[in-house]
Design a protein around this ligand. Structure first.
Ligand SMILES: *Cc1c(COP(=O)(O)O)cnc(C)c1O
Length: 366
């Protein structure tokens, strides 16, 4: 059991608010796939999936073991594995997970296994590369895929999908529109062959915001559930879900000339007070936030990080803050702070959230 005092509280009410915010933007018939990969963006995928499962239609994870963790927690909803590996195909089948097949290697390997397991109509998802050049078949592969599926009842195409390159960037509207058109053409080619209608999906969070006409049958929402839209306005309509806090372990009086932390990166020029907090780079506080680039909040006041971030701790400046050992420390509890952390570390909010490590205790409060 994790009894760490550094805790990420996941706000269930905020998750639900964010989900409903996106539902309102969509047609009532559009299905919602909640993306819970990477521990639900640095939180806890089991607690989040349990909370969301009767409110959504599908889950997606990146890797097979993430899906297996959900099945072991008795999550019954369909789970799409976005980046399955051939070596894990048997455990994908054993755990009723649904693979994304994105190449002829993965496609033929899965078909072979579906046959040897005597499966019927096992749900598979076929992904097309319409410009991201990451994973996916090319539009020109359609007829060969269809040939591979002839006289085959072992699998069934549960969905056809693609992924947008720059859905958040309206300067790339032309490119995105071409991706959507290319996806529609692929679907038309399949329609001529298939006797059933697979689900179609292309939008992530920013896709829902900027390209609602491309919602098709389902949308895949990740970061939006966790409080971030693709611009300040959208984010302001969402609620923060990731509340990271800790406590003060020790307070030191530092005389001028004395240093704080490794490599003496901070040297006091006047008498100051430092507080040591049990959270470090192994917990997700990037070393880039050291030397006053990052801060925590104690009794409503900002306390900048002194010197380098250690693996397990940071020291912060509390010279002007009325506080004592044991007091609560807020690392972040608002999207604004998470954005400030991201800016200071020259990264994006996705990385701040997913960087919160497994050592931090995770509790969902609803
Ligand atoms: C991670 C991921 C998503 C979720 O994207 P957000 O921007 O977090 O909403 C959707 N689709 C795919 C294929 C992904 O890899």
């Amino acid at each position: 059991m994790n009894n760490h005092v550094t805790v990420l509280e996941i706000d269930g009410k905020a998750l639900e608010h964010n989900l409903n915010y996106f539902k309102k933007k969509l047609l009532p018939t559009t299905k919602i796939l909640a993306v819970v990969k990477a521990f639900s963006y640095g939180s806890d995928e089991v607690q989040v999936a349990k909370f969301l499962q009767d409110k959504i239609d599908y889950f997606a994870v990146a890797y097979a073991h993430e899906g297996i963790a959900l099945r072991e927690a008795n999550i019954g909803k369909p789970i799409l594995v976005l980046h399955p590996q051939i070596v894990n195909f048997q455990s994908i089948i054993d755990n009723c997970l649904e693979p994304n097949l994105y190449s002829f290697e993965t496609f033929h390997a899965f078909l072979k296994l579906a046959k040897s397991n005597s499966l019927t109509d096992y749900p598979i998802h076929i992904k097309f590369n319409t410009g991201l050049n990451r994973l996916g078949f090319l539009p020109s592969d359609v007829s060969k895929i269809i040939d591979g599926l002839r006289e085959n009842n072992h699998v069934k195409i549960q969905s056809l999908f693609s992924h947008l390159v720059a859905s958040e960037d309206l300067n790339e509207r032309d490119f995105t529109t071409r991706q959507i058109e290319s996806f529609k053409n692929i679907v038309t080619d399949f329609d001529a062959f298939l006797k059933y209608k697979p689900l179609l999906h292309i939008c992530n969070t920013s896709g829902v915001v900027n390209y609602p006409d491309a919602q098709f049958d389902m949308v895949r929402i990740g970061i939006g559930l966790y409080g971030f839209g693709n611009d300040d306005f959208e984010t302001s309509q969402l609620k923060n879900t990731h509340n990271l806090s800790s406590i003060i372990s020790q307070i030191h009086e530092i005389d001028p000339g004395n240093s704080v932390g490794y490599n003496r990166a901070f040297i006091a020029t006047k008498k100051i007070r430092s507080a040591t907090i049990p959270i470090g780079h192994a917990d997700g506080i990037s070393r880039a936030l050291g030397n006053a680039k990052g801060f925590v909040t104690i009794n409503h006041q900002k306390a900048p990080i002194l010197g380098n971030v250690c693996m397990d701790m940071i020291m912060v400046d509390v010279t002007n803050i009325n506080c004592k050992e044991g007091d609560k420390v807020i690392i972040f509890n608002h999207q604004k702070t998470i954005q400030e952390f991201a800016d200071a570390a020259e990264t994006i909010t996705y990385e701040i959230l997913t960087g919160i490590s497994h050592r931090v205790k995770k509790v969902l409060k609803d």
